[in-house]
Design a protein around this ligand. Structure first.
Ligand SMILES: [Zn+2]
Length: 422
């Protein structure tokens, strides 16, 4: 009897050891074990990961143990192969992020090319990683115990106003495009840069061409008017690859109830971001106040260390550490999921961490390895296993299948739009 108990306890430990070991403080161990079990069985898809930046800028090999490492800009690194395995993620959307500053400097398409190559490099280099472009391939990867890298362009600057380039990005495997980052493109407004009152005629053509190809339109970062303009014309479900909701925190990066209410009709998924400043009003306010208050000191440090980026980054991080702010915890993520469930329905919530794209994560998360905390919190709030699995990945898989079916002429170029914008 005793041996059997020990053996099953050992089995329990073995089967859960692949996942996060950080049981939340005060958690019910039985519920935690059940959460880990659901988490392990689920197909988990994360809408947004910016580890691609360090993969190019720091030649990062994902076999590296990145715990405690920082990026060139000073933000912490949240991802490596071992941490991804612990996260339980099967489908990771690798961000092909292009900054709006490229509108002035040029080089947006080159940056996208570099990030796409680095994504393929890591998949080729590591047996546990494959590249995927379809919902079915994600399901197959789960069966084979592999991690899928998918790609999404963040910042429509990357196509340099060319539908021809858009089609080639599709060929390279890109399956979503966030129409803007924080500044407007020549054809779509960003959440804090309104130039066109929504989508221009060319912007609408971009959406139609993405529909035809089978590429998700991503409404993270765009203005609310653009979100509605997309909903008016899209034939496929849209996604927000990494956004919260305004019903919990009224931030311009988040999605309003008026957009949420249109999701049942559209089939889209809001993949909830983990960045505490988007999740929580107090964190956002204190972070903004701190930035304004410390700006003279940061500027002085930048001047002092203008020839030594590493020294500047360290000094800046030390200054922030000496001026702590309130940081919301992981339960705040589930507040946003609750709100989506209430307004749009459980079929329209997902997760979009923004790992490696943010200066801090909700407490006590350190990186991808702590993802099971979200599953635990949903379970604690009474979500059923079916609901949890929808949020973790099944909703995105359903939307992706719908998006693939809505795609039209399968000749990528021969069926394509010839509209041009200088
Ligand atoms: Zn972003």
């Amino acid at each position: 009897m005793k041996m059997t108990y020990l053996a099953s306890a050992l089995l329990l430990v073995l089967s859960f050891s692949a996942f996060s070991q950080t049981m939340p403080e005060g958690a019910d161990p039985k519920l935690w074990a059940r959460a880990l079990n659901i988490h392990k069985k689920a197909i988990i898809i994360d809408g947004h990961n910016d580890i691609t930046g360090p993969m190019v800028d720091q030649d990062l090999n994902l076999a590296t143990d990145t715990r405690g490492m920082i990026q060139l800009g000073g933000d912490p690194i949240h991802t490596d192969l071992s941490r991804l395995k612990k996260s339980g993620i099967t489908g990771e959307f690798m961000s092909i992020y292009v900054s709006g500053s490229t509108l002035a400097t040029g080089g947006s398409m080159r940056r996208a090319m570099d990030l796409i190559d680095a994504t393929n490099r890591e998949a080729e280099r590591h047996e546990d990683i494959v590249t995927c472009t379809t919902a079915n391939e994600i399901r197959q990867a789960k069966k084979g115990g592999k991690i899928c890298f998918l790609m999404g362009i963040e910042g429509g600057y990357a196509i340099e106003n060319s539908l021809y380039a858009l089609r080639n990005f599709y060929r390279l495997g890109v399956r979503y495009m966030t129409l803007t980052h924080n500044v407007a493109t020549a054809w779509a407004d960003a959440h804090r840069d309104i130039k066109h009152n929504g989508l221009t005629d060319f912007g609408k053509e971009v959406v139609r061409e993405m529909n035809r190809l089978g590429m998700f339109v991503d409404i993270s970062h765009v203005s609310e008017k653009v979100m509605h303009d997309v909903l008016d014309i899209t034939k496929a479900p849209l996604i927000a690859s990494h956004s919260g909701v305004r019903g919990v925190n009224d931030h311009t990066r988040n999605v309003s109830d008026s957009v949420l209410k249109r999701l049942p009709q559209n089939g889209g998924v809001i993949m909830v971001v983990f960045y505490p400043s988007f999740l929580d009003e107090r964190t956002n306010r204190e972070e903004n106040e701190r930035s304004a208050r410390l700006k003279p000191q940061v500027d002085a440090l930048r001047e002092k260390y203008k020839d030594d980026n590493a020294a500047f980054v360290k000094a800046e991080n030390d200054l922030m550490a000496a001026n702590p702010i309130y940081i919301a915890d992981y339960k705040r993520i589930v507040d946003h999921i609750d709100h989506i469930k209430k307004v749009a329905g459980i079929d329209h919530a997902g997760i979009g961490s923004d790992y490696d794209g943010v200066p801090f994560l909700p407490k006590p998360m350190q990186g991808a390895e702590d993802l099971a905390l979200v599953t635990y919190e949903m379970l604690r709030r009474g979500y059923t296993e079916t609901e949890i699995r929808k949020v973790l990945g099944e909703n995105l898989l359903r939307a992706m299948t719908q998006m693939e079916k809505a795609a039209g002429n399968r000749q990528i170029s021969a069926g394509g739009s010839l509209k041009k914008l200088k």
